[in-house]
Design a protein around this ligand. Structure first.
Ligand SMILES: C[S@@+](CC[C@H](N)C(=O)[O-])C[C@H]1O[C@@H](n2cnc3c(N)ncnc32)[C@H](O)[C@@H]1O
Length: 387
């Protein structure tokens, strides 16, 4: 015996458990280069081995493995189960109430389904946009950062000026269409004055969303969003798009459920420690000061009337997305782009969620009284209140 066979025999004789990984065939288009998806099955004990003649006449060793008790149930069946539920065409979508909420604006249509209401209704009173709108009194900085001198794609972090802003390396890696290596205080992407093109690894969040998404009616949280595709950890899912405006101009009496405060300080502080986040980048002085003493943030994105699908993403106390502030066209941190990124490997059909970041008792009604909202995220560690 040699290599794997010998290893398994030794594990049996010395009672050492082995880790089992199973390979499942999948279409090559489903985010797999090899045409296989692998799932971890857990720890097994090798209970027996024997030799047989294989089909080509060689001796083949076979092993019987028994799964150890006390481990979480196998997820192997779920891999087949969720794939089986993903529609192949519009006519297969159950509960379809709108074929494409984007009205053709996004490259991939986003259908809306409702299997909850009777009669089923689509979302109302909102217009889909895919690019940010700006309130009249918002002036984006006009002096775009000088950028890098790279050509084509940025590849050498030692010479790329944008990599230097990110602490000396590129924040993203290319694989799976581009993934953020780890959450950062702020990500500096390449911008209009950089020599590189749209394929550059340091422009990943500027590319259009490339997952097959669905807006669906949840039983208790209104509309929600899920993906039919597997989303790898660190992949940008979308930018929060709506009307960028001054927070002071919000009508306190209006329904502000779709307002996202551009609060990079809060995301840098990892939502009061609820999120894992490294303070690994010292902010260059030119990005503008985040006022650590101020209670309110100067700018917000209101997606109430107009917005993209990010406005339908619900809160969870154990979310699978996180908020990443990104600077590209300018370096004013108060007006950073808000990108939602995968915090985990997200299997198909799992609802996409992020932590809205509210501190409890922090939301006041127009009457000045504290408002409370129950949380229905269903997470094991749910705080039971959104705010
Ligand atoms: C940005 S919207 C999200 C989309 C929304 N569900 C819809 O139907 O359009 C925020 C609102 O969704 C609801 N919501 C989001 N997450 C929730 C949660 N975990 N528990 C209860 N309601 C939630 C609340 O009504 C909240 O004000």
């Amino acid at each position: 015996m040699e290599r794997g066979n010998l290893g398994l025999k030794n594990c049996m004789e010395q009672s050492i458990p082995v880790r089992v990984t199973r390979g499942h065939q999948c279409r090559k288009t489903e985010n797999s280069y090899a045409g296989k998806v692998y799932t971890y099955d857990g720890l097994y004990k090798v209970v027996k081995y024997w030799a047989e003649k294989g089909v080509s006449g060689f001796t083949v060793y076979k092993f019987r493995l028994k799964r150890l008790d006390g481990q979480p149930p196998l997820t192997t069946n779920q891999v087949h189960f969720t794939r089986g539920r993903i529609p192949n065409s519009i006519s297969e979508i159950r509960g379809l109430v709108c074929e494409d909420i984007t009205g053709g604006l996004e490259d991939t249509p986003i259908p809306v389904t409702n299997l909850v209401d009777e009669p089923p209704i689509p979302p109302t009173s909102f217009t889909y946009i895919k690019d940010m709108k700006f309130a009249k009194n918002i002036n984006l900085p006009t002096n775009a950062p000088p950028g890098c001198n790279c050509r084509g794609k940025c590849t050498d972090p030692r010479t790329c000026a944008c990599a230097k802003l990110n602490g000396g390396d590129f924040p993203y890696v290319h694989n799976h269409g581009g993934r953020l290596i780890e959450p950062k205080a702020v990500v500096f992407e390449c911008g209009p004055n950089c020599g590189c093109g749209s394929d550059c690894v340091n422009r990943i969040s500027q590319r259009p969303p490339n997952y097959r998404l669905e807006v669906f009616r949840t039983p208790r949280m209104g509309w929600g969003v899920r993906s039919w595709d597997y989303i790898p950890s660190g992949a940008p899912v979308c930018e929060y798009i709506g009307l960028l405006m001054k927070t002071d101009d919000l009508d306190p009496a209006a329904d502000n459920s779709y307002v996202f405060d551009i609060d990079c300080l809060q995301t840098m502080n990892a939502l009061d420690g609820r999120e894992r986040r490294l303070r690994d980048v010292t902010l260059p002085s030119h990005v503008g000061k985040v006022d650590e003493t101020s209670e309110s943030v100067p700018f917000c994105i209101d997606a109430g009337q107009t917005g993209n699908f990010a406005r339908f993403i619900n809160h969870s106390c154990q979310p699978n997305l996180f908020v990443q502030c990104v600077l590209s066209n300018h370096h004013d941190i108060k007006l950073a782009r808000v990108i939602l990124m995968a915090a985990d490997n997200i299997p198909p059909l799992k609802e996409l969620t992020y932590d809205y970041g509210y501190a409890l008792d922090s939301v006041m009604g127009p009457d000045g009284k504290i408002r409370q909202m129950p949380c229905y995220c269903g997470a094991a560690e749910c705080r039971k209140r959104l705010f």
